[in-house]
Design a protein around this ligand. Structure first.
Ligand code: DOR
Length: 445
């Protein structure tokens, strides 16, 4: 199916010139030209193929923009998202690689489903899809799934995301197992008892609105347990969508001891507070798990990302159907779409906000995610797969979910002004998005 585009890419030379190259894999930062031929970065074109120049002055050129936390809902919940719509959303957002969470129906807890997701995404020919396998069979939190077999089939990490691994004995086993795996155990940290019945963060806003909330400790008590289990086992722990100050303390504790513990933050937790719940009234567009936190907690998270304690930014792209999100606040599902706003939100909050240099911000969305998943990429060096994104860092735009490629239009950033967005995405030397338009992989370009 993807033959037209791929074939065209295999027979082209692209000269991308004038851009500011920001390559966190090699540390290269400066104006330059990148040559791409037959899907790879090359020193010089061979002359065997037609050459085209892409004038990219004023843009940034970033290799391998990666989002390690997305929900593509396939198999089983394709009314929310499927591999095609999710991949299109990723390409539109500038991402060349996404790692997909296994809370599908059926759950991705066997090698065949991991292999199917990989093959299906390759067939679509848009972005690279790296499946994350479940930790426990059926996400039931009881029996360990066959992590090794899933890794053999292409899984890059393991998570029961959407649900915490509550049983400490099972978590201990998973972390012990991870010592012989490439990818980490990714925990959706939440104490089920403390979180029970909650729809948002517990605090003055939840009290004002009469919406049941859960304290930040519902997250952090679980992170404290897990870092202790990481110490006990020597396993590799990654904390998904970290949002609570107590979790930051646990993470710092783990890092001081040299444990193999990492964490990610989402753009929405970096940009928004629980005041957004009040601003949106009782619209479940702000309902996300973990919930949006008060300003002081948001600021602590931003600081942790700035100093590198939290080393990765990932969207937790969690699309749902409008009918589901349209339910009363306490009945609607948790989750917001993030792939098409992630880059703009990060640039707006962190780079234009003066907190991180462009190279450092992009490191958290490229080299660091690769490192924590144990996946190699050499950067923009000859021979590397030509996966790159052109970014207009100063383009100001208003978020309009009606224009999303994702089936999920639910985002509290709707109507927000962001500064910076992807203008072109190339995967394997093939343009999958240009000027905001995702390119049909069947087309001859
Ligand atoms: O808000 C969320 N939605 N948080 C999660 O952890 C799961 C996700 C989903 O699957 O919808």
């Amino acid at each position: 199916m993807a033959d037209g585009n791929k074939k065209a890419a295999a027979e082209r030379s692209w000269r991308i010139t004038g851009a500011l190259i920001l390559d966190p894999f090699t540390g290269r930062e400066g104006q330059g030209t990148v040559w791409v031929e037959a899907g790879r970065v090359v020193e010089r074109p061979s002359g065997a193929f037609p050459e085209e120049t892409v004038e990219a002055s004023g843009l940034w050129l970033i290799p391998r923009l990666t989002d390690i936390h997305v929900h593509f809902r396939s198999p089983g919940q394709e009314w929310k998202e499927d591999l095609r719509s999710g991949s299109m959303a990723a390409a539109a957002g500038g991402f060349t690689v996404v790692a997909t969470m296994p809370n599908t129906d059926p759950v991705v807890d066997i090698p065949a489903l991991v292999a199917w997701q990989r093959l299906e995404a390759e067939r679509l020919g848009l972005v690279r899809v790296w499946p994350i396998g479940a930790i426990s069979v059926g996400l039931q939190g009881k029996a360990l799934a066959d992590l090794w077999a899933m890794q053999e089939a292409g899984a890059v990490g393991f998570s029961d995301d959407g649900r915490p691994v509550a049983d400490s004995r099972l978590m201990r086993a998973a972390l012990s197992y991870s010592r012989s795996l490439t990818g980490p155990i990714i925990q959706h940290a939440e104490d089920p008892g403390l979180f029970a019945g909650a729809s948002m963060h517990e605090g003055s806003v939840s009290h004002r609105m009469g919406i049941p909330g859960a304290p930040a400790e519902a997250e952090s008590v679980m992170v404290w347990r897990d870092v202790q289990l990481a110490a006990l086992t020597g396993g590799r722990l990654h904390i998904a969508h970290l949002s609570a100050p107590g979790s930051l303390e646990a993470l710092a504790w783990a890092k001081r001891r040299g444990l193999q513990v990492t964490a990610e933050a989402t753009p929405h937790h970096l940009l928004l507070t629980d005041e957004a719940v009040a601003e949106w009234g009782y619209d479940a567009v702000t309902k996300v798990n973990p919930p949006l936190r008060p300003a002081a907690m948001r600021e602590a998270l931003v600081e942790a990302v700035r100093e590198g304690l939290v080393e990765v930014i990932a969207s937790d792209h969690a699309p749902h159907h409008a009918d589901e999100k349209g339910r009363p606040y306490t009945e609607a599902p948790f989750g917001i779409s993030g792939l098409e706003t992630s880059l703009g939100a990060v640039l707006t909050a962190l780079v234009h906000g003066g907190l991180l240099s462009p190279l450092e911000a992009m490191r958290r969305m490229t080299a660091f995610p690769h490192r924590l998943l144990g996946q190699a990429y050499p950067g923009l060096v000859p021979g590397a797969p030509a996966d790159l994104t052109l970014v207009d860092p100063f383009h100001e735009w208003t978020v309009d979910p009606g224009r999303f490629y994702s089936k999920g239009k639910n985002t509290p950033l709707a109507g927000a002004r962001l500064r910076g967005r992807a203008v072109a995405t190339m995967v394997d030397g093939c343009w999958v998005m240009r000027e905001g338009e995702v390119i049909d992989p069947c087309a001859d370009n």
